[in-house]
Design a protein around this ligand. Structure first.
Ligand code: NAD
Length: 288
């Protein structure tokens, strides 16, 4: 298992909301990054989005001063991760897709290469079942935006090896992140609590009891939630939120996680939140 120095090459798979933000965090700390996505459209837009994230991170003072930015390379298939010392998977929250990508990544890299999944809620041990080297797999739930929020949730599955547990802390320390370790299981801690609350907030809007603005104002100004649950839903991406709720519902049977009909209707209409320019709120331009 490597020492994960900040000039070591990393691979990030999935160039969406999280993948581009994690790539910005890593190049901003000096790592050369190979960003892999199977979608040509996602690859085309990725360099501009990473640049935008980097500018925001620099403005907010969340990157180390004076460290040269690592090189960003785009690729379309997991074999491009072969030289990476650590690989971070951030593809769509589809358990089968994630399992297939992680299996390909394990095949493309040498034993001891740290395999990280940024899943919001698929149990790490479920994914480990698809990976030939389950001891190298760890969950790291980077928060959104990954280049601003310094604390992350770390999930060590029952089959995670000691080498991977040490390597993930070294990687995170090099990226200036604090990892808090939690037990494995659907939604870990943060998604189990947050997604239930957001889904319920959407139900309040569907029932006509309050507008998104009112729900968010109450949760911000009375309860101290930083943005309000509907604004958070738009930031996450409504398609990803629906997928993550399905993962939780399928694995727990808890009906609180059944995606609200209003959420599903918005996804069907292409209203995906900030990433499409419209969700529970309107945005001047689509921001990924
Ligand atoms: P997204 O839809 O914005 O991006 C997913 C990307 O994965 C897309 O560009 C897609 O083309 C790519 N992809 C899908 N299948 C692929 C494959 N087989 N090979 C390569 N690329 C593939 O999703 P996101 O919001 O960035 O979420 C990514 C992961 O991070 C999910 O597991 C999600 O639950 C998790 N997550 C999301 C947030 C959030 O706020 N959005 C926060 C924490 C964790």
């Amino acid at each position: 298992m490597s020492d994960n120095k900040t000039d070591e090459p990393l691979a990030v798979v999935g160039a969406g909301v999280m993948g581009t933000a994690i790539a910005a965090l890593a190049v901003g700390h000096g790592h050369p990054v190979t960003l892999i996505d199977s979608s040509p459209q996602a690859r085309d837009g990725a360099p501009d989005r990473v640049r935008l994230h980097l500018r925001t991170a620099q403005m907010m003072g969340t990157l180390p001063d004076g460290r040269p930015t690592g090189r960003l390379t785009l690729a379309s298939t997991p074999d491009a991760a072969a030289e990476a010392s650590s690989v971070i998977e951030a593809v769509t929250e589809d358990p089968k897709e994630k399992a297939a990508v992680l299996a390909d990544l394990a095949a493309a890299t040498s034993p001891g290469t740290l395999l990280v999944s940024n899943t919001s809620g698929v149990p790490i041990d479920e994914l480990a079942g698809a990976v030939p080297r389950p001891e190298d797999l760890v969950g790291v739930h980077f928060m959104n935006p990954a280049y601003l929020i310094r604390t992350v949730e770390v999930i060590l599955g029952p089959r995670t090896g000691d080498g991977a547990a040490t390597a993930v802390h070294t990687l995170l320390a090099g990226l200036g992140r604090r990892g808090i370790v939690v037990g494995d299981g659907p939604g870990f801690v943060t998604s189990r609590l947050l997604h239930r609350m957001i889904n319920d907030a959407i139900e309040v809007v569907r029932e006509g009891r309050a507008t998104p603005e009112t729900v968010d104002a109450l949760m911000r100004d009375c309860i101290g939630h930083r943005t309000g649950p509907l604004a958070t839903a738009d930031l996450i991406g409504l398609d990803n939120l629906a997928d993550s709720l399905r993962v939780l519902h399928d694995r727990t049977g808890d009906t609180a996680f059944r995606p609200s009909e209003l959420l599903l209707a918005k996804v069907r209409q292409g209203q995906l939140g900030r990433k499409s320019g419209r969700g529970f709120y309107d945005y001047e331009e689509a921001i990924r």
